[in-house]
Write a protein that binds this ligand. Structure first.
Ligand code: PMP
Length: 292
């Protein structure tokens, strides 16, 4: 693991943050979850600039003057110094000292990156995850924009806890009208008659893996009722950490391994490892980008 803060690689034990950090008290920060994969040219970060762009939109929403160039350099330096061939990168920008009022103007902004070894948080040795419809509603976008704002994740944590206590792997958010929103950290897709559909909802995070899969298979994107998911041939979820993970059950409705999901999983792995001709621009190599 390698940590980096405000332009400097940290040694173990370094990286002090004030207990008065505004972000700690109110969740006033914005983060990303990014993966780096081993490629023939060395470790490469998948869609780094798209992730930083989304972080920038979150920062703008909370009036934060984030330095995206600095954070980008932090991602490259932390990954290179970690020595990891594959890693999870966690950039985080948060308000720290300067006041505990709710006016954020003038607060100190800290820039942080961690490069960590990583495995799919939903597990890898299974034929799919067991999902339960959550009794919780997703943060409505008119109350909290669907971006990676730190405080917004308490909503996901509540749903995840509830699903875990009931013996499930993951929770599915559905809205008051019965439309599917997303899972706690993944977007949702289904397959019916060989056709792939991406769930679209204004309260869902605009996922980068979702956009990648849309581009890979030309799936349609539209609002989807929960009843349509239950009638699907295959259901899968997407996310940087989850990649493409099959759903093996939803509220007791069971699915066996799906051929379309399997095929997309293989193609996604080829893409992120740079084994395909197209989309090379989505991979940022560390070896030539950083001189340590
Ligand atoms: N929804 C939520 C709530 C998430 O936290 C994530 C993970 N970032 C996703 C969807 C998937 O987004 P991405 O593919 O960009 O990782």
């Amino acid at each position: 693991m390698q940590l980096w803060m405000d332009g400097t690689l940290l040694n173990p034990g370094e990286g002090a943050v004030s207990p008065l950090a505004h972000g700690l008290h109110y969740g006033t920060g914005v983060f990303e979850g990014i993966r780096a994969y081993e490629t023939a040219e060395g470790p490469a970060i998948f869609r780094l600039d798209d992730h930083l762009d989304r972080l920038g939109r979150g920062a703008e929403a909370i009036g934060m003057p984030v330095d995206l160039t600095l954070l980008r350099q932090g991602c490259l330096e932390a990954l290179a110094a970690s020595g990891l061939k594959e890693a999870y990168l966690r950039p985080l920008a948060f308000y720290e000292t300067g006041g505990l009022g709710l006016d954020v103007a003038g607060l100190r902004v800290r820039h942080f990156v961690a490069a960590l070894p990583w495995k799919n948080h939903l597990g890898e040795d299974h034929d799919g995850i067991r999902v339960r419809t959550s009794p919780f509603r997703r943060n409505p976008s008119r109350a909290l924009p669907p971006l990676k704002l730190c405080g917004a994740y308490v909503n996901s944590i509540l749903a995840k806890l509830e699903a875990g206590r009931a013996g499930y792997d993951e929770a599915l958010f559905v809205d008051d009208e019965g439309f599917v929103v997303e899972c706690t950290g993944e977007n949702v897709f289904f397959v019916k008659g060989g056709r792939v559909t991406a769930v679209q909802h204004e309260d869902a995070l605009p996922g980068i893996t979702r956009a990648t899969v849309l581009e890979m298979c030309g799936a349609e994107s539209r609002p989807v009722l929960a009843s349509e998911l239950l009638a699907a041939d295959e259901v899968f979820v997407t996310g940087t950490s989850a990649e493409i993970t099959a759903v093996s059950s939803l509220d007791g409705r069971l699915w066996g391994p799906g051929p379309v999901t399997r095929d997309l999983q293989r193609r996604y792995q080829d893409l992120v490892h740079g084994r395909t001709e197209d989309h090379g621009a989505w991979l940022t190599g560390v070896t030539d980008a950083v001189r340590l």
